[in-house]
Write a protein that binds this ligand. Structure first.
Ligand code: UD1
Length: 420
């Protein structure tokens, strides 16, 4: 298993180009199942999770081809209804094959994703929505089996009990090819929802209200091909901003979507960063400035993203004073806490809150990555810490951060990948 060896203590400085968003790319690759026509996707991040989505498309009968870096052509028609366990277990987002498969073929068999490191993560909202759209659903041999009565789904008014990002996306894709109008209430409002809606609209879907809590979709008979460019990754951008901040650096990010980062930028400013926005560039200057502690409570967009919680924990760990981080979206999303404590952080878990007392610096140690964003926090901690940090199990990181070592080295950080 690959490891990162990081030598800390250098301020990050320079420029970095932000990639397309993983969480937009995954549903968008899967939404190509809704048409027989060709689709070109641009600014598509080359990640383990996007590769898994392509593998899934291939198993289901479609073909894909890399045209250029970050540019793919997807062609052909879905012929199989089965998303197998071996693939789904490696990426929970595969559950988003359920909606488009049921809408396009009239039936689907998608393996139920198992539990994962950040909690139980059920998919009941995905299933419930499809039942309301006229699908008969069964759980057999670990597979969710869906069958649209009469071969087609129909429109429905769906009230989501909880705000779910992939749940909303699954139902948006299904509704695009259903008979009649679907209204999704209490929908997720993430920028990745809007990007998926933009791609579906390009394909001929009739969607309104994406980016608000009520999304209205008028189903069409057929969707067509075309070209779509994936939106910038706000979590990757936020991660480099925190890395720049924690190392007292001076970094400029290119190709960002600043409006998607408002909650994160507000907290960075509150923590004493100087931030300038110029079109799609964001510059953060933390040279000679103290890091002030900031309290964080995660919430669905436009609130503070759970995917930035672990990175901010590192900032607070070296801030001038005490703070708290409260996680409201996922149970058990504090696996980075014991690892950061091993690096000298003063953290205490109390229920779904971590109480933090800032220390002057962290110390290098051998630590283990447990999920994608926890890994990012350990890499940032390594860049800050005195001495050497070894981050084990970095395959998590490869799921979601494109060219991570190249980008960090481009900013002057010292990081090496070591293959065991
Ligand atoms: C997506 C993101 C992930 C991010 C998360 C929250 C993708 C591929 N992943 O995950 O990076 O951390 O949003 O912003 O976009 N829930 C249910 N029943 C369901 C579905 C969800 O109870 O059927 C619960 C979850 O357990 C969780 C909450 O709803 O407590 C939100 O989860 P959800 O928004 O669905 O997360 P994901 O879409 O899996």
């Amino acid at each position: 298993m690959d490891k990162f060896v990081i030598t800390g203590g250098r301020a990050l400085s320079g420029e970095v180009v932000i990639s397309g968003a993983k969480n937009a790319a995954l549903p968008i690759i899967l939404c190509t199942m809704l048409t027989k026509d060709s689709i070109v996707l641009k600014n598509l991040p080359e990640l383990r999770d996007t590769a898994t989505c392509f593998k899934l498309l291939e198993i289901l009968g479609k073909k894909y081809q890399k045209l250029n870096d970050n540019e793919y052509l997807i062609e052909g028609e879905v012929t199989s209804k089965v998303a197998p366990y071996d693939l789904v277990k490696t990426m929970r987002a595969s559950i988003m094959a359920l909606g488009p498969l049921t809408a396009f073929l009239g039936e689907a068999e998608v393996s139920l994703p198992g539990g994962c490191a950040i909690g139980a993560r059920p998919v009941d909202l995905h299933v419930k929505g499809l039942i309301e759209m006229g699908a008969k659903m069964h759980l057999e041999e670990g597979y969710i089996r869906a069958q649209a009565v009469g071969g087609r789904l129909h429109g429905a008014r769906i009230v989501m009990d909880k705000v779910s990002v992939t749940g909303t996306e699954n139902l948006m894709m299904a509704a695009s090819l259903a008979d009649g109008v679907t209204i999704i209430e209490n929908a997720a409002r993430e920028p990745e929802i809007v990007d998926l809606a933009d791609c579906l609209r390009m394909m001929g879907a009739k969607i309104r209200g994406d980016g608000t809590a009520t999304i209205e979709i008028e189903g069409v008979k057929e969707l067509h091909g075309g070209e779509h460019t994936i939106v910038a990754d706000r979590i990757e951008a936020g991660t480099y901003l925190v890395a720049g901040m924690a190392t007292h650096g001076f970094v400029t990010l290119h190709n960002t979507l600043p409006s998607s980062l408002e909650a994160v930028l507000a907290k960075l400013r509150q923590a004493n960063a100087l931030i300038e926005i110029n079109g799609t560039d964001i510059t953060l200057d933390m040279r000679g400035r103290d890091i002030m502690p900031v309290d964080i409570v995660t919430a669905p967009h436009p609130g503070f993203p759970t995917d930035m919680q672990a990175q901010f924990m590192v900032l607070n760990a070296i801030a001038q004073g005490s703070s708290s981080v409260t996680e409201t979206i996922f149970e058990n999303r504090f696996m980075h806490v014991p690892e950061l404590i091993r690096m000298g952080a003063r953290l205490k878990i109390e229920g779904n809150t971590v109480m933090i007392q800032g220390v002057p610096n962290l110390k290098g140690a051998q630590v283990m990555a447990t999920d994608l964003r926890a890994s990012a926090s350990l890499v940032i901690a390594g860049l800050v810490a005195e001495g050497q940090t070894i981050v084990d199990r970095i395959y998590h990181m490869d799921r979601g951060y494109e060219h991570i070592e190249r980008k960090i080295r481009g900013l002057g950080g010292t990081i090496e990948r070591v293959s065991a």
